[in-house]
Ligand binder design. Structure first.
Ligand code: PMP
Length: 420
């Protein structure tokens, strides 16, 4: 029998998780009659009451289109939408006019590939990617490479799943135009040295396109300190709603970028024959945006700033250290990726003799939500030599008691599937 930690906060955790859990209505529910333990935060995070209220408040009090009307509701909606842009930009140390609202990380990365790189890259130019990219920072580059005759090259990983920077140096040439790299792997949890990568990229005149889907929600991120050219992230992974996200881009690049969508809201002047584009960021936000979602995204940013990203990161570091020790006790369990000192709050693993989907299903039966599969990183799983992994991913409301419940579920899975 696994011993349950009676005082979770004392073992792991910088944050007052009991209080924080109270802010998240969904964490009060049960699943299969057991209190929910939510450990699928890398897929999507849960939503605090303040964010849910912001969505409702918009529809109840000032639902109107933005940037168009001159009536009170439209002015209030526009002010709230632009205030949200400023809040989200401030969270990453950017100015509001450098931040484009998108549908999420995927759209933001496609906007870089098709809005910027398609104009700037020539046949024979090289794009460096990594084997641990989420498909959304890989497939757009593959597509563009086919269309424009580019060459994709992959920066190798070290044995323990970190980027091999020495090998990257060997790949960097004057043909390298883009380094498309995740800031934190959604499978291995590896945190990449973005500032160092950006410094080396600058030496050869390449730009860095960073996937911040997993880093911005969990670490203090400052685009100026990192020196990246582009950074993409999603609201739904950082306590906000689904369907909205952001692209940070250096102003000089934004000025030169082409929109993906054309239509209302993104033009300066239109004649029957022709049109000119509005200044960024409006140029990239054609049509009616997800107004309520963007406003709620701003409230999520406020919530995170209130707690502090330093504290969130420290809390998850403690939790990962604890989970690491507890998981390694489970017979037949293999953890992929680097040690706790080089990773964020993500742990992917396999359990010998139990398929990852069965692990997740047994865990669900115990009220523990984890994910299983390739996590939109098939090349990485090919590299690891496993078709699927189970993944536990943490956030600010998780504590050591949640880890204990996961470990208990894994013993339950072993009991069901592994013959003694
Ligand atoms: N990149 C990474 C590292 C991710 O984890 C995810 C979400 N799983 C994405 C990109 C895609 O984000 P979205 O689905 O919100 O566009």
């Amino acid at each position: 029998m696994v011993e349950i930690n009676k005082n979770p906060g004392a073992i792991a955790g910088v944050l007052d998780t009991a209080r924080i859990k109270g802010d998240f209505p969904i964490l009060q529910r049960t699943v299969h009659g057991k209190p929910l333990v939510y450990l699928d935060n890398a897929a999507t995070s849960q939503t605090p009451t303040a964010v849910i209220r912001a969505l409702v408040d918009y529809y109840e009090r000032y639902n109107a289109n933005v940037h168009r009307g001159i009536h009170t509701l439209a002015e209030e909606a526009t002010a709230a939408y632009e205030a949200a842009r400023a809040k989200v930009a401030a969270l990453i140390g950017a100015s509001p006019d450098e931040l484009v609202f998108t549908r999420g990380t995927t759209e933001a990365l496609n906007l870089v590939a098709y809005g910027w790189a398609r104009q700037h890259l020539r046949p024979g130019d090289e794009v460096l990617v990594t084997p641990m990219e989420h498909h959304s920072n890989l497939v757009p580059w593959q597509r563009l490479a086919r269309e424009r005759g580019l060459r994709l090259r992959a920066i190798p990983l070290t044995e323990d799943g970190r980027l091999d920077l020495a090998a990257m140096d060997g790949l960097l040439t004057e043909r390298t135009r883009v380094i498309a790299v995740t800031h934190m792997s959604n499978v291995l949890g590896t945190v990449t040295p973005l500032a160092e990568i950006a410094r080396r990229a600058r030496e050869v005149g390449a730009v860095v396109v960073a996937d911040g889907a997993q880093s911005v929600p969990h670490l203090p991120v400052n685009v100026r300190a990192l020196g990246v050219d582009f950074l993409a992230f999603s609201a739904h992974k950082m306590l906000g709603p689904t369907g909205v996200g952001a692209l940070y881009a250096r102003r000089e690049w934004l000025e030169e970028m082409e929109p993906l969508l054309a239509g209302g809201g993104m033009i300066r002047r239109v004649t029957l024959e022709d049109a000119t584009w509005a200044d960024p960021p409006a140029r990239f936000e054609a049509g009616t945006p997800d107004i309520a979602g963007a406003i709620a995204f701003g409230v999520a940013a406020d919530y995170l700033r209130g707690i502090g990203l330093e504290a969130v990161a420290a809390h998850e570091r403690e939790l990962v250290r604890y989970a690491w020790e507890r998981l390694r006790e489970v017979p037949g369990l293999t953890i992929y990726g680097p040690g706790p000192e080089h990773r964020g709050g993500v742990i992917s693993f396999t359990l010998e003799g139990v398929h990852a989907h069965d692990v997740a299903q047994v865990a669900d039966g115990e009220g523990v939500a984890i994910r299983a599969g390739h996590h939109c990183a098939q090349p990485l799983h090919a590299h690891l030599g496993v078709p699927a992994t189970a993944r536990a991913s943490f956030y600010l409301y998780n504590d050591a008691g949640d880890v204990d419940r996961l470990v208990q579920a894994l013993y339950a899975a072993r009991k069901l599937f592994v013959r003694p």
